[in-house]
Design a protein around this ligand. Structure first.
Ligand code: ARG
Length: 460
């Protein structure tokens, strides 16, 4: 018998039961549902809405049910629809009439909002910890590669020399912002909706703050219609997760490129690569490709949530049951990606010599030669023109700028003297860029220090 069957004359069709039920995917919120109910029933007892003996019996039984679920002793029932009614049914089975008092002053509408928020709070923390792990690995790799020169690219064409550390710290900044965004999102998740009732709160003299305090919420929702129908927090988390996936996907793309024979910058560990069923020589960067591919799923979840919510009148509508699968999938996907990605980075081999060779080709020091002439008093636009001609000459001779003899150089500009060779060495190009945020070792070290301080704060 369904908990809401009073006004019905017929049973629901089993097809409808299946269609309507969310237990298949919301059972994962069993712990939050029980903790929420336990806090609710304690409050009912303390406010004199039910007797304290009843409240204590319900609370004690709820914790026994929690224990039994964790021991795998309980099977949920599709006919009971969702996690909320499954647990309430089990409670009533165990303690009869008293169990029927739990749902006093509460609706599944505020209950599901509560459980969802509590569940997401835990997931946000878990994802943040995975980002902290990734951040630490990036800082560790950066420290080891502070002098590893590689080409920096624009338009995927070699542009100016940088270091691998500088490149990695760029990603560190992205993941740092992701952590900050999650912190901000957490503030809006951590608001307690119980007491909103079905939509118009309750006439019982409940104490919402008491529930909020027991469950560790910062504050309570301030409008009962909004309390049951707000899913901004879910959309916001899906946006944060989507941005994390954008970052992981861009990074994956580079890992994939870098592990080609054409680049040869890195070699992924066997433990994070796969082979081909036909081509014996193949070693494929599947982990990075999957991360890149899975970004699509997470963006899809964000789109689903936006679309589900956009036409809904206030307050609760059953459409909102669709919020969970989308966001749970996004959360699971991001966690899986972060775990594999971090291990993949930590175990990859870096081919410093291939990176250096690439930086030496492609005239990555051309800007520095132009800047050298600026320092000799030539206006920048003229310098650009002169060096452009020198590059064209070198392309024809198949040599690098630094391979030109002093006489050859001077045939392009009389302002060039023999100090030019030191000024356009790759080391000078990189380490001359000491601007905060630049690739010089001292600038990158400062970013690493600031990154470490940030991570230490996060760990507290
Ligand atoms: N399973 C439902 C959900 O996920 C719980 C709330 C149902 N409320 C209702 N009035 N039918 O949204």
């Amino acid at each position: 018998m369904k908990l809401w069957a009073g006004r019905f004359k017929k049973e629901t069709d089993s097809l409808m039961d299946d269609f309507n039920a969310s237990i298949r995917f919301d059972s994962r919120m069993y712990r939050q549902d029980i903790l929420g109910s336990a806090a609710h029933v304690r409050m009912l007892g303390e406010c004199g809405i039910i007797s304290s003996a009843d409240a204590q019996l319900i609370r004690k039984t709820l914790f026994e049910i929690l224990d039994d679920i964790e021991k795998g002793k309980i099977e949920f029932d599709v006919a009971a629809e969702d996690i909320h009614m499954n647990i309430e049914n089990i409670l009533i089975d165990r303690i009869g009439q008293v169990g029927k008092k739990l749902h006093t002053g509460r609706s599944r509408n505020d209950q599901v909002a509560l459980d969802f928020r509590m569940y997401l709070r835990d997931e946000i923390k878990a994802i943040k910890n995975l980002l902290i792990d990734l951040g630490s690995i990036l800082l560790k790799l950066s420290e080891k590669n502070i002098d590893t020169i590689m080409p920096g690219y624009t338009h995927l064409q070699r542009a100016q020399p940088i270091t691998l550390a500088h490149h990695l710290i760029a990603y560190f900044q992205m993941f740092r912002r992701d952590m900050e965004r999650l912190d901000d999102c957490y503030k809006r998740v951590n608001i307690m909706p119980l007491g909103s009732g079905a939509l118009a709160s309750t006439t019982h003299p409940i104490n919402r703050m008491m529930v909020a305090e027991e469950l560790g919420f910062d504050r309570i929702t301030e409008n009962s219609l909004d309390g049951v129908s707000d899913r901004d927090f879910a959309i916001e988390l899906a946006s944060c997760l989507s941005i994390i996936m954008v970052h992981l996907s861009r990074f994956s793309e580079e890992i994939i490129l870098w592990s080609t024979l054409e680049f040869g910058f890195i070699e992924l560990d066997d433990a994070y690569s796969t082979g081909s069923s036909i081509m014996p020589q193949k070693k494929n960067p599947d982990a990075a490709e999957l991360v890149r591919g899975k970004s699509g799923r997470v963006f899809g979840s964000l789109m689903s949530l936006l679309t589900v919510m956009k036409g809904l009148p206030l307050a609760y509508n059953k459409d909102m049951q669709e919020d969970k699968e989308a966001l749970f999938d996004a959360v699971d996907t991001v966690k899986g990606c972060l775990m594999v990605f971090t291990r993949m980075l930590d175990t990859m081999k870096i081919n410093k010599c291939c990176m250096l060779r690439a930086a030496k080709g492609g005239f990555t020091n051309a800007t520095d030669l132009a800047d050298y002439l600026v320092k000799k008093g030539v206006p920048f636009r003229d310098c650009h023109e002169i060096v452009g001609k020198m590059v064209a000459y070198c392309i024809e001779k198949k040599i690098a700028l630094e391979d030109l003899t002093l006489e050859e150089m001077q045939s392009f500009s009389g302002h060039i003297s023999k100090d030019v060779y030191d000024e356009i060495s790759l080391d000078a190009c990189v380490n001359g860029r000491k601007v905060p945020g630049g690739p010089a070792a001292e600038s990158v070290l400062a970013s690493i220090e600031s990154g470490k301080a940030f991570l230490d704060e996060q760990k507290q």
